[in-house]
Design a protein around this ligand. Structure first.
Ligand code: NAD
Length: 291
């Protein structure tokens, strides 16, 4: 089955990036959100980001105009029923995602593939609440979507091969690379990345290193482009903690215990860049370590 049109649910950080790359690759995109202001903000951000691509000569002005013309928005979730593929990228709460799929089901065409961009919720469980578990997959983009090369494709226990192949074709047409992952907590990237970040927080908590020495060690000693604490601030400390809790609960192994210092930062509302303070304080000209 060839996918021509894609519905994107949720116009936040991930949804706007997903709409951006789909439209540039030639798909008709229908973007929905519960909030008109989120839709307006997403379209204006996509416009700004594609403009920057034109000024850096990554795309032409014609490609940009064509992409922007392919993006339509709607507040009515039911309108996405006419698309070939739905990518759900709404808030990371299982009840929210379940309600979206339940509301969408009566409006779908029989062939429509349903996917979720969830970082941690079980694909098999989300799929089991729909009428088409065999046409349901995890479609996990990385942040920021226009920049990051990888998409994890996660099969639920019931996902069939034609569904996997159709999603793989979409990833390839986006010029991205797919990694196939099984449906276990954290999939591949977060299963490996989050325990490393959590261990960096333990290293800080136990006084083995300071914020600066830990980040510098991993940048210069392991050739990571960003230190683990800088990266945690970029992802959001609440998101890091939520994923550690999913690993801890889902795999029932104490090695995934979230570091109490990570919990403390989240309790303080120091969530990283989005709140201007995390392991670094971003309120001045230069980030300053908070420990
Ligand atoms: P976000 O908070 O920036 O955006 C979520 C959007 O969903 C908001 O605009 C909100 O209004 C909208 N929304 C909430 N309920 C809705 C509903 N019922 N119908 C339609 N829209 C609704 O969140 P985000 O960072 O873009 O994350 C979205 C998804 O992507 C989550 O599942 C998250 O786990 C996943 N993800 C996030 C990252 C990341 O680094 N932020 C990376 C990979 C995957």
């Amino acid at each position: 089955m060839e996918v021509k049109s894609v519905g994107v649910v949720g116009a936040g950080q991930m949804g706007n990036g997903i709409a951006h790359v789909l439209a540039l690759a030639g798909y008709d995109v229908l973007l929905t959100d519960v909030s008109q202001s989120a839709l307006d903000a997403a379209v204006s951000l996509i416009s700004k980001n594609t403009e920057r691509q034109v000024s850096r000569e990554k795309i032409t002005a014609e490609e940009r105009d064509a992409a922007m013309a392919r993006i339509k928005t709607t507040l009515a979730l039911a309108d996405l029923g006419k698309t070939d593929l739905v990518i759900e990228a709404a808030t990371e709460r299982e009840t929210v995602k379940q309600a979206i799929f339940e509301d969408l089901l009566p409006h779908l065409q029989p062939h429509t593939i349903l996917t979720s961009n969830t970082s941690s919720i079980s694909i098999t469980r989300l799929a089991s609440r729909t009428d088409r578990p065999e046409k349901f997959m995890g479609f996990h983009f990385m942040n920021p979507v226009p920049v990051m090369q990888l998409v994890e494709l996660i099969r639920g226990i019931a996902t069939d091969e034609p569904t996997y192949k159709a999603c793989l074709e979409v990833v390839e047409r986006l010029g991205k690379t797919a990694a196939s992952a099984e449906d276990f907590p954290g999939f591949i990237v977060n299963r490996i990345l989050m325990p490393m970040i959590n261990e960096a927080v333990y290293t800080l908590y136990e006084g083995v290193g300071s914020v600066r020495s830990i980040d510098q060690s991993m940048r210069l000693g392991a050739n990571h482009p960003m230190g683990p604490l800088e990266l945690a601030d970029f992802i959001g400390l609440d998101t890091c903690l939520a994923i550690m809790n999913v690993l801890h609960d889902g795999l029932a192994d104490t090695k995934y215990r979230p570091c109490p210092l990570l919990t403390k930062y989240v309790e303080a509302g120091w969530l990283g860049r989005k709140t201007q303070r995390g392991f670094y304080d971003y309120r001045g000209d230069e980030p300053v370590p908070t420990r």
